[in-house]
Write a protein that binds this ligand. Structure first.
Ligand SMILES: [Zn+2]
Length: 233
């Protein structure tokens, strides 16, 4: 479908609006804006809904004092979540260090009762293992890329799964199957670092097609999922 109405109330659950070239999408977006580390902890606060975290790709440039400052921000500056953080084993970054930073951020999420936004690439099993040690923490695996079975375990634990433009690729059969089978109550729509404003509607339409549910219902439920997870006012 070429023409698409852009719904005003559609919530983008994960968009890096503060990155360069995001102006077109940032204009009308209602979005959760995650941070990637100390370099954008100030910038993300320009948006109504932001999160503080340290991305696994950037653990090497962060220290314990950055984690201490992250705790101060979590406590004092009203983020909607901790993140993005997590584990990425596709990158050549020390695993132990990644686990340390991820665990520290899980502790913060638990301590300040905030949901957590997780980046998990080739590491979903270890992420689940660490989440089980912090059963009170809720959150989302953004840009989910795990298996069907892992998706089931995560949603049973109450975790939400975020899906983006990847699912519109007809060749991504595995992830499209996961979307088709995942309960709608656990799905979030996102565009991550994509710069095209229509992407959010395209993802929603794809979910509607895969699940054979009306686009309207998809948008309403996914909006409600984001509102409830991130406690949006
Ligand atoms: Zn991201």
């Amino acid at each position: 479908m070429k023409f698409m109405i852009r719904f005003k109330n559609m919530i983008n659950s994960h968009a890096h609006l503060d990155f360069d070239d995001m102006n077109a999408i940032a204009e009308n977006a209602v979005a959760i804006v995650p941070s990637i580390g100390k370099q954008n902890w100030i910038d993300v606060q320009m948006y109504p809904y932001f999160a503080f975290g340290i991305h696994p790709w950037l653990v090497d440039i962060h220290t314990q004092s950055d984690l201490d400052y992250l705790e101060y921000l979590a406590k004092c500056n009203n983020p909607v979540a901790i993140g993005e953080c997590g584990l990425d084993y596709a990158k050549d970054i020390d695993k132990e260090k990644q686990v340390h930073f991820f665990t520290s951020q899980l502790v913060l999420a638990e301590k300040y009762d905030l949901p957590i936004i997780i980046h998990a690439v080739k590491a979903t099993e270890d992420v689940i293992f660490l989440l089980k040690k912090h059963p009170k923490v809720k959150g989302e695996i953004h840009g989910f890329s795990g298996s069907e079975e892992q998706a089931q375990r995560l949603t049973r634990m109450g975790f939400y799964l975020g899906f983006g433009m990847q699912i519109t690729n007809q060749k991504s059969t595995k992830i499209r199957q996961i979307v088709a089978n995942c309960p709608l109550e656990f799905i979030l729509i996102e565009t991550d670092d994509h710069t095209t404003p229509d992407d959010l509607s395209l993802v929603a339409q794809e979910i509607a097609d895969l699940k054979q549910i009306s686009l309207d219902q998809i948008i309403t439920q996914c909006d409600n999922n984001a509102i409830s997870l991130f406690n949006l006012k």
